[in-house]
Write a protein that binds this ligand. Structure first.
Ligand code: AP5
Length: 222
């Protein structure tokens, strides 16, 4: 299966991706995670990206497209199926993605659009915590780690992302409405868009999605 996850910050893209990559054995490609890794390694891309991410703005297309093109054309596991999380986020990124996917002959099956409402988004992102080591997701109220600030899975440090404060969340939401919403229409025209209710519990979202895959006879390929 070849999927894109689209939706506002906090809609649950990373949470659904973690469930799907296990059940469908997909390569999970998150541009947010890739950029944070570049920042950690203090690469030129990381240094350039840091100031945009901290403000809640999009990193310029050229940096993100270069990262994605390298990953999709060099990682052989991509042929077994992939899950793009947080990419594309602009029309230019969507057009370039089509070009790269034609080149590697791995066209998209679906673009999953996770809709979510602002109060839910603010509650989720304000309480989100992430493991610095393995990336496992937690939430102060919905899904706390057993021991405060310690990852249940690997014992790594659980921290709050610098861009998960209310002012930056509002900027990210504005940027999403202006730059990323148009990408939804781009895929609607291609007939690849499926809408999911991101406000629902993540297991319910997964069940709704599996229903779509079953109806389209997509699961017998795995
Ligand atoms: P990125 O890391 O992609 O962040 P985002 O899109 O803002 O999305 P989030 O990771 O905040 O939310 P999510 O939908 O994955 O929610 P999650 O599952 O974690 O991007 C960060 C920045 O990098 C951008 O602002 C930009 O600067 C840059 N960037 C990245 N890609 C780029 C691109 N293509 N172009 C340019 N710049 C780019 O869930 C959130 C919380 O809610 C968690 O605590 C979770 O436990 C909880 N939760 C999730 N789902 C549920 C549920 N169903 N029920 C209850 N709780 C839930």
């Amino acid at each position: 299966m070849r999927l894109v996850l689209l939706g506002p910050p906090g809609a649950g893209k990373g949470t659904l991706a973690a469930l799907l990559k296990e059940s469908l054995e997909l390569v999970h490609i998150s541009t947010g995670d890739m950029l944070r890794e570049e920042i950690k390694k203090e690469t030129a891309t990381g240094r350039a990206a840091k100031k945009f991410i901290e403000k809640g703005e999009l990193v310029p297309d050229e940096f993100v497209i270069r990262l994605i093109e390298k990953k999709l054309t060099s990682d052989k596991r991509v042929a077994q199926g992939y899950l793009l999380d947080g990419f594309p986020r602009t029309r230019k990124q969507a057009e370039d993605l089509d070009r790269i996917l034609r080149q590697i002959q791995q066209p998209l099956d679906y673009v999953l659009y996770m809709e979510s409402t602002l109060p839910v988004i603010i509650q989720r992102l304000g309480g989100r915590r992430v493991c610095k080591n393995c990336g496992a997701l937690y939430h102060l109220h919905n899904k706390p780690s057993k021991k405060e600030k310690v990852c249940d899975l690997c014992g790594g440090e659980v921290y709050q992302r610098a861009d998960d404060n209310e002012a930056t969340i509002r900027t990210r939401m504005d940027v999403y409405l202006k730059s990323t919403r148009p990408v939804i229409d781009y895929y609607k025209v291609q007939g690849k868009l499926k809408k999911l209710d991101g406000d629902k519990d993540s297991e319910e979202v997964q069940v709704a999605l599996m229903q779509i895959f079953h109806e389209d006879h997509k699961l017998n390929k795995h």
